[in-house]
Design a protein around this ligand. Structure first.
Ligand code: PEP
Ligand code: MG
Length: 584
């Protein structure tokens, strides 16, 4: 029966495919397709893993048997029996074979997929004892996975694109990822993704998970509450990334309708692609800079392809995530920044120092700086200044990379004059260290993010110390309106057009323009074509966004006449209800 789940639209477009449920705890399990010729070898890997765990349990049973009846708790014996039974369960074995043979999933993916299928059946059981066996099953699968980790895959991953999938009649169905929640780090795992779209139960529109999803450029919905409970493994689903809706088990009519919408979207993309080489100049001759936001050095390729004229925001924290607390050293960071600089082929690259904290933790499950309010806690520059040795390492790596091209150094979440002073003296110190070592470094322009209202209210101080400012609207909205950007429960109040937000953004742009200092917007507002005209009207000429959004924004720029937009934007800013003026 068809039903729909409503959430928040994150990335545009329509995806139609089979659901792949991924528990967040399983997101770091490798997901890739194997070659058809490797099916047997992959099944053998699981078999070996399972046999190893069976042997381990047999050994445990023997040692339990050698204990006296007093020392051998009955529960332990019973538990081992249950684990053995689960390991030999036909449903686990045949299910895993199915996912490997029919879908060409790698062994780990097949195993965790089948785990989800069986776990769901346990959840639905009336009998409490049986229901609780789910935890045992999870433990058993965990042990097999652990064993398989030590045994390298017999074949290299075969990264199939959606195109491959559509061309291949063994695996002819696009796949759609459904999860309760995924951390930004988890999302990175899906960057080389085989998925045609995704939906999560939780998350706000500008949560970092949503931001990474947007960079994947596939239709996505977040905040689709309980989607992961309602959808079953392998259900047909439609992700409508424009409306923020997930449709489950669509009827033939609905499928046809969305198939049509999907083709329309494709045609629109092809039309926009023609703008790639067109310079972004408004009708009245104003040049506009469209820059890229990237998370990894390799994203530079996509930025160039989309026609970006530089990187306006390299979120360096993604180099720090998912490393079990072992942070990248200076050399590793230097190589990464250098790759980004070289990848941009002489165009400027703005590297933001690490912004860990709030919804971006270093490692899964770890809440960095998590006090009661992590978004208000030890995050971004506060985290860096709390660990000067770590910060200096990053600064040296960035200054060294600046020897290879134009680099701007951007500092997140500054609010206090003392933080500005400390930061600037650490930048000087890092350069002096490199000079003492006789290591080459390059000049950098220094910039500050304006993402805390306090910063937006002390622009003169900021402009005294910095060459440019970059407005982080994602956080500026969060902190101005006291709305957690990652919390779907208050997502309806997260409003980029709130008059207070517009006032802070407009004042920042105006002050920078008046002083002849560079200013850009690098929050999600910059990549939303419905806000392009307003920002142009406020005097903004530099926008930084995910490469996938550049062409749609460029189209708005090409159609704009800033001489007419300026008085109109003034009316929008002064209105009590900007959204109503915006549409006239
Ligand atoms: C912002 O806050 O708008 C921004 C660009 O930074 P981030 O989204 O990484 O917090
Ligand atoms: Mg921010």
């Amino acid at each position: 029966m068809t039903f729909s789940v409503h959430g928040l639209p994150v990335a545009r477009g329509i995806a139609i495919g089979r659901a792949v449920l991924v528990a967040s705890s399983r997101a770091d399990v490798a997901h890739y397709f194997i070659e058809p010729a490797s099916v047997e070898a992959e099944i053998e890997r699981v078999r070996m893993g399972r046999n190893a765990v069976v042997d381990e349990i047999h050994r445990l049973q023997q040692s339990v048997a050698q204990m006296g009846p007093k020392d051998a708790p009955h529960e332990l014996t019973a538990l081992l029996d249950v684990h053995l039974m689960l390991l030999q369960d036909e449903m686990l074995v045949s299910g895993v074979k199915h996912w490997i043979s029919n879908r060409l999933y790698n062994a780990e993916w097949a195993l965790t997929t089948q785990l989800e299928v069986i776990a769901r059946q346990f959840d639905e059981m009336e009998d409490e004892y049986l229901r609780e066996r789910k935890a045992d099953l999870e433990q058993v699968v965990e042990r097999i996975l652990r064993y398989m980790k030590g045994v390298a895959p017999l074949t290299a991953p075969h990264h199939r694109t959606q195109q491959d999938l559509l061309l291949d009649d063994t695996v002819d169905v696009p796949l759609v990822l459904i999860a309760n929640d995924l951390s930004p780090g988890d999302m990175l795992q899906f960057k080389q993704s085989v998925f045609a779209g995704f939906a999560t139960d939780v998350g706000g529109k500008t949560s970092h998970t949503a931001i990474v999803a947007r960079s994947l450029d596939i239709p996505a919905v977040v905040g689709a509450r309980s989607a992961s409970q309602l959808v079953r493994q392998d259900d047909w689903v439609i992700i409508d990334g424009d409306a923020g809706v997930l449709i489950v088990d669509p009827s033939a009519i609905i499928l046809a309708e969305y198939g049509f919408k999907q083709r329309q979207g494709q045609l629109e993309r092809e039309r926009l692609a023609r703008l790639r080489h067109t310079p972004a100049i408004t009708m009245d001759g104003q040049k506009v800079e469209l820059l890229a936001n990237i998370e990894m050095p390799e994203d530079a390729v996509g930025a160039i392809k989309a026609g970006a004229v530089g990187v306006g925001l390299f979120r360096s924290e993604f180099l720090f995530m998912g490393r079990n607390g072992k942070l990248p050293d200076e050399e590793e960071q230097y190589q990464a920044y250098k790759r980004a600089v070289e990848g941009m082929q002489g165009l400027p690259v703005t590297i933001r120092t690490v912004d860990i904290g709030a919804d971006k933790s270093l490692d899964k499950g770890q809440k960095d700086g998590a006090g009661l309010n992590p978004a208000l806690g030890l995050r971004a520059i506060r985290w860096s200044l709390n660990d000067p040795a770590m910060f200096l390492t990053q600064l040296r790596a960035i200054l060294r990379a600046a020897a290879h091209g134009q680099v701007n150094l951007l500092i997140p979440m500054l609010a206090h004059a003392s933080e500005i002073r400390q930061t600037l003296s650490l930048v000087d110190f890092a350069r002096a260290e490199l000079d003492n070592r006789g290591m080459p470094s390059g000049p950098v322009k220094l910039g500050a993010m304006i993402e805390i209202p306090a910063a937006a209210l002390m622009l003169k101080l900021f402009l005294k110390h910095f060459d440019f400012l970059s407005i982080g609207t994602n956080d500026l909205i969060q902190y101005t309106l006291a709305i957690d950007r990652a919390d779907e429960a208050v997502a309806h109040l997260y409003d980029p057009l709130h008059p207070a937000v517009l006032r802070l953004v407009a004042d920042t742009i105006a002050e920078c323009n008046a002083q002849g200092k560079g200013v850009s917007v690098c929050g999600e507002m910059a990549g939303d074509p419905s806000h392009t005209r307003l920002l142009l009207g406020m005097g903004l000429r530099s926008f930084s966004m995910h490469p996938a959004q550049i062409l749609a924004v460029k189209q708005e720029v090409l159609r704009a006449d800033t001489s007419r937009l300026q008085p109109w934007a003034q009316r929008v800013i002064e209105s009590e209800d900007p959204a109503s003026v915006l549409n006239v």
